[in-house]
Design a protein around this ligand. Structure first.
Ligand code: NAP
Length: 244
């Protein structure tokens, strides 16, 4: 299952998982027709779950619908996320709550619903469930003009470790990917700002924006049996940004 699968990094991850042979549940609030076609072109099943992830209300139903259709939920990728930009002096409560709800609160309660399901089959089968959270460079750094985003993504780092600690014994691995600067809707404003775009590119050792496909391989690894002994890790896929 990949949340926010209609575009950007979520689409890149869904396609990479499909290419590895996984049937994929695509959770989105808008019809993810393009992603569905790309997934099905890999010869696996795509199941679309329409849901608005700005509240926790749909979480249990999303898991139940997926299990009912595809048979089991092995891998949850918590990708859906939003960003709001304003000076910290002016930042509004509405922009705080909106970001924290999608990026942190729903990530936790959807993980909880998935983990309750995974705990059931993992304890019987010996295979392990996998939860992969999408973190950020702002899991490690402060950023500017994005206070709720930084708070939420720093929280994702902490929750990744907490969930790993609690659920490892239930047969579940919980890890995160911290993408660097990836060319998507989320970063359109930065790409369009000539000065910021130049500053960002100058700092990235690879000298380019990342592509959603750059994140897919890391997600496949963390979702696979190759990562059965990896827990609470935050894997940076950033063209070297953090190494500077
Ligand atoms: P994006 O293209 O804007 O994708 C965000 C996805 O989340 C979209 O599918 C969006 O759906 C979905 N979403 C947002 N709010 C939702 C809601 N209430 N209900 C259902 N779906 C919702 O941006 P992206 O860059 O691929 O972002 C994906 C993740 O990567 C996010 O968690 C982001 O914070 C993280 N990330 C991105 C970068 C980067 O450089 N791009 C770096 C680090 C981390 P709609 O299309 O309907 O809005």
């Amino acid at each position: 299952m990949v949340t926010g699968a209609n575009t950007g990094i979520g689409q890149g991850i869904a396609v990479a998982l499909a290419r590895s042979g996984a049937d994929v549940a695509l959770v989105a609030r808008r019809d993810p027709a393009e992603t569905r076609a790309l997934v099905e072109a890999e010869g696996v099943r795509a199941h679309v779950v329409m849901a608005d992830l700005s509240s926790i209300e749909p979480c249990e139903g999303i898991v139940a619908e997926t299990v009912g259709t595809l048979g089991r939920l092995d891998v949850l990728v918590n990708n859906a996320g939003i960003i709001r930009r304003d000076d910290a002096l002016d930042f509004s409560e509405a922009d705080w709550d909106a970001v924290m709800d999608v990026n942190l609160k729903v990530l936790f309660f959807l993980s909880q619903a998935a983990a309750r399901h995974m705990t059931g089959w993992a304890s019987q089968s010996g295979a392990r469930g996998k939860i992969v959270n999408i973190a950020s460079m702002l899991t490690f750094q402060g950023g500017i003009r994005v206070p709720s985003y930084t708070a939420s993504k720093s929280g994702v780092g902490g929750l990744t470790k907490l969930m790993a600690n609690e659920w490892a014994a239930n047969g579940i691995n919980v890890n995160a990917i911290a993408p660097g600067y990836i060319a998507t809707n989320n970063t359109a404003a930065l790409q369009a700002d000539e000065t910021r775009n130049r500053q960002i590119l100058e700092r990235i050792p690879e000298g380019r924006w990342g592509d959603p496909a750059d994140i897919g391989g890391a997600a496949v690894f963390l979702a696979s049996r190759a990562a059965d002994y990896v827990q609470g890790h935050i894997l940076a896929v950033d063209g070297g940004w953090l190494a500077r």
